[in-house]
Write a protein of this length. Structure first.
Length: 213
């Protein structure tokens, strides 16, 4: 064999060796995804919440002292005493609202989607007609999203309202960010806001879903 042929044979062996080396520890398994790890996921819900007249912030989530918080989904619907179409504004505030929060009758405790998850560390709060509007500390928020939701008259045949559903980010965070709050940033919050609209005899229901890591 000529020197040239020996060199070519050596290159081929090295190339094959590189392919084999690149496949070390790769053992495909049917039904197992080794690329993605599921994060601990939580949800908090409002139920039968009566908004304040000329309502501002009514449903907020703020950050954690120990975990990163990623809001993934927000849902909202409701009914009213008279047919009304109201704006729903999602705001990002850098200072927390203060005020009298709704009780557990209207704001349900944060719940893990998997029972073995650690307790949620993000804080969720709601405000209703009993305690009044919160005192807004951050008067220059960032507007994230705006929608109009029609609330039908309670008890009519049009029992179902428009259902607002907002999703944030992607399943594996490959492309879009969610509504992300850095770990330790406990004065940052995202709030749903009625932009000063009064909903006569209205009741709202909905949820915020998020992950922590």
């Amino acid at each position: 064999m000529t020197t040239k042929k020996l060199l070519l044979a050596g290159v081929a062996v090295l190339a094959l060796g590189g392919v084999a080396a690149s496949q070390v520890n790769v053992v495909p398994q049917v039904g197992v995804n080794t690329a993605n790890l599921r994060q601990s996921t939580y949800s908090a819900a409002i139920l039968g919440l009566v908004p304040v007249a000329s309502a501002t912030d009514f449903f907020c989530i703020s950050g954690s002292s120990s975990k990163k918080v990623h809001v993934r989904r927000i849902e909202l619907s409701g009914q009213a005493g008279t047919l009304v179409t109201t704006p729903i504004v999602l705001l990002h505030r850098t200072s927390l609202d203060t005020g009298t929060a709704a009780t557990s009758t209207y704001l349900k405790a944060s719940a893990p989607l998997l029972s073995t998850n650690a307790s949620a560390t993000a804080t969720v709060v709601a405000y209703n007609s009993t305690g009044g509007n919160p005192t807004v500390v951050d008067s220059s928020p960032t507007y994230i999203r705006v929608a109009s939701v029609t609330l039908p008259v309670s008890g009519t045949s049009a029992a179902d309202s428009d259902r607002l559903v907002w999703n944030f980010g992607t399943t594996v965070d490959a492309y879009d960010q969610g509504l992300d709050i850095p770990s330790g940033n406990t004065t940052e919050q995202y709030c749903l806001n009625l932009n000063g609209v009064s909903v006569s005899s209205g009741v709202l229901g909905g949820s915020i879903e998020w992950t922590e890591d």
